[in-house]
Ligand binder design. Structure first.
Ligand SMILES: [Fe+2]
Length: 132
């Protein structure tokens, strides 16, 4: 397991926290797959790609609804990560070595934890304001 989910990773927005946690779960699941047939890896990488895209769309809709001023910069971060995940998903179609897989996943999880720990918290007041 690359990352153990802890309450300190939560933003206090239950739906978003649940989705953030699913992404960590999928990355951990992928990490446990080194040495498995590439078909299984490809399926899980495709799951990650789709889930990340859906989650980003949901977050971006909320930020738009809240007129969040840093939306453009936030969207650019999302797009950069989505590209990295798509690139990984493409590579997972061919057999990856365990070392390659683990270094890609390490980089993805480190981006993810930094994004949810530093960038996402900035929108909390705006999104909480929507729910009043
Ligand atoms: Fe985000």
């Amino acid at each position: 397991m690359l990352v153990t989910w802890e309450t300190r990773h939560e933003l206090g927005l239950p739906e978003i926290d649940a989705e953030h946690r699913v992404v960590v779960d999928i990355i951990n699941r992928l990490n446990a797959m080194s040495g498995k047939p590439s078909g299984e890896l490809k399926t899980a990488a495709g799951d990650l790609e789709r889930y990340v895209r859906t989650h980003f769309q949901r977050e971006e809709r909320l930020m738009e609804a809240a007129n969040y001023p840093e939306l453009a910069a936030h969207k650019a971060e999302h797009a950069a990560f989505a590209t990295r995940v798509a690139d990984f998903s493409g590579k997972a179609e061919t057999e990856m070595t365990a070392a390659d897989l683990s270094s890609v996943l390490m980089a993805l999880v480190s981006w993810w934890m930094s994004h949810i720990g530093r960038t996402d918290p900035k929108y909390i007041p705006a999104i909480k304001g929507l729910r009043r």
